[in-house]
Ligand binder design. Sequence first.
Ligand SMILES: NC(=O)c1ccc[n+]([C@@H]2O[C@H](COP(=O)([O-])OP(=O)(O)OC[C@H]3O[C@@H](n4cnc5c(N)ncnc54)[C@H](OP(=O)(O)O)[C@@H]3O)[C@@H](O)[C@H]2O)c1
Length: 220
Amino acid sequence: MSRALVTGANRGIGLELCRQLVDKGWDVIGTSRGPAPALEELGVRVEMLDVADEESIDALARRLSNGTRLDLLINNAGCAEKSTLEDLNTPGMRKQFEVNALGPIRLTWALLPVLGQGSKVAMITSRMGSIGDNSSGGHYGYRMSKAALNAGSVSLAQDIREQGIAVGILHPGFVKTGMTGGRGDVTPDVSASRLLERIDELSLETTGTFRHANGEDLPW
Ligand SMILES: NC(=O)c1ccc[n+]([C@@H]2O[C@H](COP(=O)([O-])OP(=O)(O)OC[C@H]3O[C@@H](n4cnc5c(N)ncnc54)[C@H](OP(=O)(O)O)[C@@H]3O)[C@@H](O)[C@H]2O)c1
């Protein structure tokens, strides 16, 4: 049975990714920062993880180091905080870098021993991190942190290609979740099913590409 780990799995897109992976017969580990009743209802293994906390990442890596192999790691956890020019010097600005940019790269690095030939890593980024697609400005912390994630993910894709691990950089669409206050073009279930199609297509030939869940290539 193939095994996947999804971060930020207690709600939103992450929860829906877990639900659909379970339906497809995957063995799923979902991570949460606290109680996760909706995730537990799916019958998946729930692990505590704060992606902004190095000790929490190391502790998870140790718990998985008992022969667990991951075929798929979905770095889905993310946060969006208000960040206009007035907010540049706030903890919220730095938090977005820790959670959105450094967190997924640090976690992937820590979990490399349980990934291997044929494993895939999906980075759930945002087209808000695209420089070429930015025609409306603002959102400094979110845009900059997701652009940094994109840059780091391309380096990671190059660095772990030799190990046979492909990295996909994926925008989920504008999705009706807590992050958007329920606004969006698509529901989490539609987004999750499109993301899983893209992950299915991902290979070492397409490692390091930046795609919309609908299959469009996105500009950097
Ligand atoms: N919704 C959209 O339109 C949209 C568009 C583009 C990209 N995205 C990206 O898609 C991903 C999922 O977003 P969503 O819409 O499902 O958002 P969401 O409903 O707000 O869920 C975010 C998830 O990330 C978790 N999280 C936040 N900070 C964390 C941390 N430090 N450590 C571990 N987990 C943490 C949250 O856990 P808690 O419950 O503990 O806070 C929650 O499970 C994010 O990376 C987001 O940037 C979303």
